[in-house]
Design a protein around this ligand. Structure first.
Ligand SMILES: NC(=O)C1=CN([C@@H]2O[C@H](COP(=O)(O)OP(=O)(O)OC[C@H]3O[C@@H](n4cnc5c(N)ncnc54)[C@H](O)[C@@H]3O)[C@@H](O)[C@H]2O)C=CC1
Ligand SMILES: N[C@@H](CC=O)C(=O)O
Ligand code: NA
Length: 439
């Protein structure tokens, strides 16, 4: 058996603590799989005294994560601190600069600096592995890097944020308020240090940017992503979705179009009978449409052990000496992405309107849609009424929303129709517009 692989870990929070615990627990099995023992020999985090419920007696404490990255006594640097800038960035650069393999779960860092870091890794001939950075425990990076190389990929999309899926699922199934669901997701260790990254769609966008690069051979391009989060989703939207045969999910979608690669993150209506609509709670799903194979991977997208599972697989790859270019092709071979503008997006739409209650309003809605060549699959008006068990007279008197489901149209046409209705003075508030994704 070869020498021990000495692992230095910076960050001992939800993920870092699970990695330490699972490496100790699976000691023998990992050594057999990797052909050499794997030991955590040095660690770094903010607080040395904190009780994390893990045994750190075999690991040296290093106060500064960047010094740990340069430590000659470690073979692989595992970055689990988070954040797109220093100290995570400086630490990863330092480790790569010293010719050490890096394993990270940090999608914010890779979305901001992935190609530059990959270039450094390539120059030194070391691994930069980031399976945990996209869809947590689902082995999607390995799938793209290794298993689908014989394919041309047309679309990659999925539920990429466990926190949002957990919130939307509990809001829909249990009628629990958004804030309470978010607090539970934080308590369970799913949310980012700053949960606005989760609920405003940025975390999904970071992950999507990495998937896009791997799937389409393009440079990571977060600026080209249209991003909407889940804060605007109201209980009425979840109720209407259920009634009309849909579920609401926050999706990240990257697809090849005639105009280039369209990248978008937004809440989405998905027909209830589609597999991805049934992926609930903290589970993530990634669907890949390719010429030879279509597949969907489902699994836990967040949480300590699920994420640690992916981190450990990456460490074992380093121990075995397996290495691929971080983004499959060398960075010099990645192309500049041609962006497909969102206004050209084609698909169906759910539109919820609060409208003035006077004769002619429905006719005006219908004519504005027709003028923009938008065909309606259904139009529904429901008295809002009081919330179940509620006594709020304002809620009871609230205007009834009009809900439209369109057939396939363009984003530009929908925007034009809604602008015209606004000019007509029939709208009482901003319309809710949610795109529909069909398989
Ligand atoms: N929690 C999850 O379910 C998942 C997290 N990730 C990613 O894994 C990474 C870690 O996430 P968590 O473990 O949830 O975070 P956490 O907040 O629970 O832990 C962060 C750890 O890093 C240390 N740290 C943070 N800033 C530091 C600094 N400036 N200097 C020294 N130490 C510092 C903290 O002391 C703590 O030990 C992040 O990049 C996150 O995006 C990825 C997939 C899932
Ligand atoms: N906050 C993220 C953690 C995993 O990447 C999520 O909720 O998915
Ligand atoms: Na993963």
């Amino acid at each position: 058996m070869q020498d021990v692989l000495k692992v230095g870990i910076a960050g001992l929070g939800t993920v870092g603590a699970s990695v330490v615990r699972l490496i100790a627990k699976r000691d023998n099995r990992l050594a057999e799989a990797a052909g050499r023992p794997i030991r955590v020999t040095a660690v770094s985090a903010r607080s040395r005294r904190k009780d994390r419920g893990i045994d750190l007696s075999g690991a040296r404490w290093v106060d500064d994560p960047v010094s740990l990255a340069a430590d000659p006594e470690i073979d692989v640097f595992v970055e689990l601190m988070g954040g797109a800038e220093d100290p995570a960035k400086a630490a990863v650069e330092t480790a790569l600069g010293h010719g050490k393999a890096v394993v990270t779960a940090n999608k914010a860092l890779l979305a901001a600096h992935g190609p530059a870091l990959a270039k450094k890794a390539e120059a030194k001939g070391v691994a930069l592995n980031f399976e945990a950075a996209v869809a947590g425990g689902i082995p999607v990076i390995k799938t793209l890097r290794e298993s689908l190389l014989g394919n041309t990929i047309e679309r990659v999309y999925g539920i990429l944020n466990g926190t949002c899926n957990y919130i939307l699922t509990r809001m829909a199934e249990e009628g629990i308020a958004f804030e309470e669901c978010l607090k539970d997701a934080q308590r369970l260790g799913y949310a980012e240090a700053d949960p606005t990254f989760d609920v405003d769609g940025f975390d999904t966008a970071h992950k999507l940017s990495l998937l896009t690069s791997l799937a389409f051979g393009t440079l990571v391009d977060t600026k080209g992503i249209s991003i909407e989060g889940i804060r605007s989703i109201k209980p009425v939207d979840l109720r209407m979705a259920e009634e009309l045969g849909y579920r609401v999910k926050l999706l990240g979608v990257a697809q090849r179009t005639a105009d280039g690669v369209e990248q978008r993150v937004h809440p989405t209506f998905i027909p209830k009978d589609e597999a991805i609509a049934q992926v609930n709670g903290v589970l993530n799903a990634v669907a890949i449409d390719a010429d030879a194979v279509d597949l969907t991977l489902v699994g836990p997208g967040a949480g300590g052990d699920a994420t640690a599972s992916a981190v450990i697989a990456d460490i074992v790859d380093v121990a075995r000496g397996h290495r691929t270019a971080p983004f499959i092709r060398p960075v010099s071979a990645l192309t500049k992405p041609s962006r497909a503008p969102m206004t050209r997006h084609e698909g169906g739409y759910y539109i919820r309107l609060e409208v003035v209650d006077k004769p002619g309003t429905a006719a005006r809605i219908a004519s504005r849609m027709a003028q923009n060549n938008i065909s309606l699959e259904s139009i529904v008006q429901r008295r809002a009424g009081p919330v179940r068990g509620g006594t709020d007279p304002a809620a009871a008197a609230a205007p009834a929303p009009v809900v439209l489901i369109t057939y396939a149209t363009t984003e530009a046409a929908v925007r034009r129709a809604l602008k015209a209705m606004d000019t007509d003075g029939i709208l009482l508030g901003a319309p809710q517009v949610i795109r529909i994704e069909r398989n």
